[in-house]
Structures are given as structure tokens and as C-alpha cells.
Design a protein around this ligand. Structure first.
Ligand SMILES: [Zn+2]
Length: 321
């Protein structure tokens, strides 16, 4: 393994690109851009190319010292051929990102899924270090998880294992983006929480959060945090409710898989201790006594960088597993 790789975390709201020292996990520099999927997929690809060019132009290291570019995307991927088959959050379908980037930069490109790269990051340099059987749960626009068994990521028969966002927590409940009803992510994802807050405001509920909202702009995690700190009743109630569902989902994982640790990542988890603590409290109460007695919880140590660090190490991980 050489020393450096570039990692790209391509998400529905932002594209994070970083130059990573693979031996230490250190991010040497990074570029963050808004995805803005409504501007079209070709604009997104242009942004990815620009991000990599900016990193290369920084001259922190020479181009020939960079082993590869790893990229993780929220969606279904053909890992072998580097094709993004379907990424609904990005309006991507059948895009050979490997070909595009290899032609542009003449550096080998390796493609993975967003949860996969974040799990690899936490495994190498984060909260997964020293653990063998654990689950990384990322709460973002949706909710995804990476299952690690005996130090290896489990992909399942069709590569879709870990779709914890679609375990059913309420029969006949809220409709979910997957077409089903009552899925966990319709209750506890950032998007679900935002929808609940917006819906309640429309119905005339009073909340401190209106003081921070910017017209036509989505609710930010920082606004939720401020409202919570000001003991806002509505935001506290909605976060409690989301934590109740998320904690119940995690209790099911604890009972089913008996992991040594659950690692929780994503913006809300990173930023809002109250939500994190409340969720793990519920998970412990609702799971069976024996697995609950030994379960550990930890926030994803690498925070926003889990994905880019893991993307940079994806080739190394695949080669060794
Ligand atoms: Zn669903």
C-alpha cells in the first residue's frame, strides 16, 4: 500500500473530497461542495472532477504518489465495474463513474457505497478499532448501517445487507421513500425529523425554531440544536419521539445480532448529545437483558470524515478481505 489516496463521499446534500494519508488516517486537505442535484447529474460530475483537480493543484503531494481515488455513493452500485446503477438522491442511473474519473485523471478509481466507506473509515481509524462484531449506524437523509462480523463487512446475498432504515417499526405507519410503510427512516432520519417540525409549524404549533429559519431553506441541524438548548417544547418532543423509534430499531439489532458495539454517526448524532444519549437509553431499556448488559455505544469518532477516510482505504480493505 502506498501512502496517499483521495477519498470522495458523494451524498445527496454535499460532496466531500479529501486527500488522505492512509498510514495515519490523517486528512491532509479537503474540498466540500453542495451537491444540488436539481442542476442535473452532469453538473454533479463536473463538481467531483473540480474537487479532485483542486486537491491535486494544492500540491500537498505529487500526483504520482496518489495510489487511487475511492468514491462512495448513496445508492446501488456495481462495485466490480465502477458503475452507479441507481442513486435516487442524486438522480443518477447507470453512470460509469470509474471510467469518467480514470479518463480524466489517469488514476485508478474504486467505487463503493456511502455506508460501506464510512464503515471502513471507522474500522481503520475510528470507533471500530479493536472490535470484531459491531454495527455502524448512520443517521442522515436516510438511515443506513454497516454490519461487521469477525472484522469483515457483511454485504448479504445481493449486496444490500444493513438496510436498517427499512426495518418496520410501525405496521401500516408513515409512508417511506422505498414504497413501503412504517419504516424506521420515516420516523428517525434527519429528513423525517425536519418534516415533523415543518408539519407542526404549518399546523400552527409554536416553536423557537422559527427564529432561526431562513425562508425556502431547509432546517439545519444547528437550528434544531439551538431550539433544543432553549428548551423548545416542540423540538424536544419531536426529538424524543425520533429517539424512541431509533432506540427501538437499535434494540432489535442488539437482540438479533448481539454486537459488542453500536457506532452512531451522521450530523444529528455528532451534533446533538441529547438525541444520542436518549437513543441509546431507549435501546438499552428495550433490548433483552443479556445482550444489553454487554453492549457498548460510541459516536463515530471520525465524524464527517468517516466516509472520505474510508473511501481512501477502500482499495486496501477490498484487497485484504
Ligand atoms: Zn422503507
Amino acid at each position: 500500500m502506498g501512502k496517499y489516496s483521495i477519498g470522495i463521499d458523494l451524498g445527496g446534500t454535499k460532496i466531500l473530497t479529501a486527500l488522505v494519508d492512509k498510514n495515519s488516517g490523517e486528512v491532509l486537505n479537503f474540498v466540500k461542495k453542495k451537491t444540488k442535484k436539481d442542476k442535473g447529474y452532469d453538473k454533479i460530475i463536473k463538481k467531483i472532477i473540480n474537487s479532485v483537480s483542486e486537491i491535486l493543484n494544492e500540491n500537498t503531494v505529487q500526483k504520482h504518489e496518489i495510489d487511487n481515488i475511492g468514491i462512495g455513493v448513496a445508492g446501488q452500485t456495481d462495485r466490480k465495474n465502477g458503475i452507479i446503477i441507481n442513486a435516487p438522491n442524486l438522480d443518477f442511473a447507470d453512470i460509469n463513474i470509474k471510467n469518467i474519473l480514470e479518463t480524466e485523471f489517469n488514476i485508478p478509481v474504486i467505487l463503493g457505497n456511502d455506508v460501506e466507506i464510512a464503515t471502513v473509515g471507522e474500522m481503520y481509524f475510528g470507533s471500530g478499532k479493536g472490535e470484531k462484531d459491531y454495527v455502524c449506524v448512520f443517521v442522515g437523509t436516510g438511515i443506513g448501517s454497516g454490519i461487521v462480523q469477525d472484522g469483515k463487512i457483511r454485504y448479504g446475498t445481493t449486496g444490500t445487507a444493513g438496510e436498517i432504515g427499512h426495518i418496520i417499526v410501525d405496521l401500516g405507519g408513515r409512508s417511506c421513500g422505498c414504497g413501503g410503510c412504517g419504516c424506521l427512516e420515516a420516523y428517525a432520519s434527519r429528513l423525517a425529523i425536519e418534516k415533523r417540525i415543518t408539519g407542526a409549524l404549518k399546523k400552527g404549533r409554536k416553536s423557537d425554531i422559527v427564529n432561526y429559519l431562513v425562508e425556502d431553506k431547509p432546517i439545519k441541524t444547528s437550528m434544531i440544536k439551538k431550539a433544543l438548548e432553549n428548551k423548545d417544547e416542540l423540538v424536544t418532543q419531536i426529538l424524543n419521539e425520533a429517539a424512541e423509534y431509533l432506540g427501538s430499531g437499535l434494540a432489535s439489532i442488539i437482540n438479533f445480532y448481539n454486537p459488542s458495539k453500536i457506532i452512531l454517526g451522521g450530523g444529528l448524532m455528532n451534533a446533538i448529545d441529547y438525541f444520542y444519549n436518549r437513543t441509546i437509553e431507549i435501546a438499552k431499556i428495550k433490548s433483552l437483558p443479556t445482550p444489553a448488559a454487554s453492549i457498548k455505544f460510541e459516536k463515530a469518532k471520525l465524524g464527517d470524515f468517516s466516509g472520505v477516510i474510508g473511501a481512501a482505504l477502500l482499495e486496501d480493505y477490498r484487497k485484504n478481505n
